[in-house]
Ligand binder design. Structure first.
Ligand SMILES: [Mn+2]
Length: 241
């Protein structure tokens, strides 16, 4: 049985070449030997549409495509910064875009995978903005504009509202425990894995009188990246350098 690897919040961008190199090496040295790789959102620091293929996008697509060609099953979830990743990207990389939330079977343990922003329900303003930004109308209008215009719009959003109405968002918020319990109960799981908050941890608590676990992934840095490895029944939080 091959290992399952889970990562999130790499925030890849042209301005962080060391993190890109680290990630491409991770694909070759770790993911290639695994059976599955899940990327739970914010792979990119910003994504304004699949047609913007300025560097470093091509080399990242190539790295992911090489991985999936080697037989690793690649699943990618939208984050709040790259929710415009679409079918063109999916086809180019060989990945499947999976919904947020998704329930997967991690070697016998049903597990809820989320990016994590939906769990930060104390930030009502953000969830409102999220709804608007992900509406069909907004997306269609945004994508109909030129790349230059989209880049400008994204920059304006960021400037105007600091955090809220932008392709970035309130990474500072933490999850609401009641919302965590709601999502887990609705999906019938005792285990949840998510990113977004940049507060890596393993939280253990009781849900319906039974032991429940919430793993929080760490965001990636220039010198190291964090990932979860599922090996048989064993789940570990590991570091790649
Ligand atoms: Mn995020």
């Amino acid at each position: 049985m091959k290992d399952i690897l889970i990562i999130s919040d790499l925030h890849l961008s042209r301005g962080r070449p060391a993190t890109i190199d680290l990630f491409l090496r991770f694909l070759k040295e770790q993911a290639q030997n695994a059976g599955y790789l899940y990327i739970l959102g914010d792979l990119f620091d910003a994504w304004i549409g699949d047609d913007d293929i300025t560097p470093p996008v091509p080399e990242i697509i190539e790295g992911l495509h090489h991985l999936s060609k080697q037989g690793c099953v690649l699943s990618i979830m939208h984050g709040n910064r790259d929710f415009l990743l679409g079918e063109v990207f999916a086809n180019a990389t060989g990945c499947t875009l999976i919904p947020d939330p998704s329930v997967v079977d991690l070697n016998g343990t049903p597990t809820l995978l989320m990016h994590g922003d939906l769990l930060c329900s104390d930030d009502k303003e953000y969830l409102q903005a999220r709804k608007l930004l992900r509406s069909k109308d907004f997306i269609a209008d945004f994508l109909s504009r030129s790349i230059a215009e989209r880049l400008q719009l994204a920059a304006e959003y960021r400037k105007r509202s600091g955090e809220v109405v932008s392709l970035k968002s309130a990474d500072i918020m933490d999850v609401n425990q009641l919302t965590v319990a709601d999502y887990m109960q609705e999906n019938g799981v005792q285990q949840l894995i998510h990113g977004h908050t940049h507060r890596p941890a393993l939280h253990q608590f009781l849900l319906d009188g039974k032991e429940a676990k919430r793993y929080v992934l760490e965001d990636w840095h220039e010198t190291y990246g964090s990932y979860i490895r599922v090996n048989g029944k064993n789940i570990s939080q590991e570091t790649f350098r």
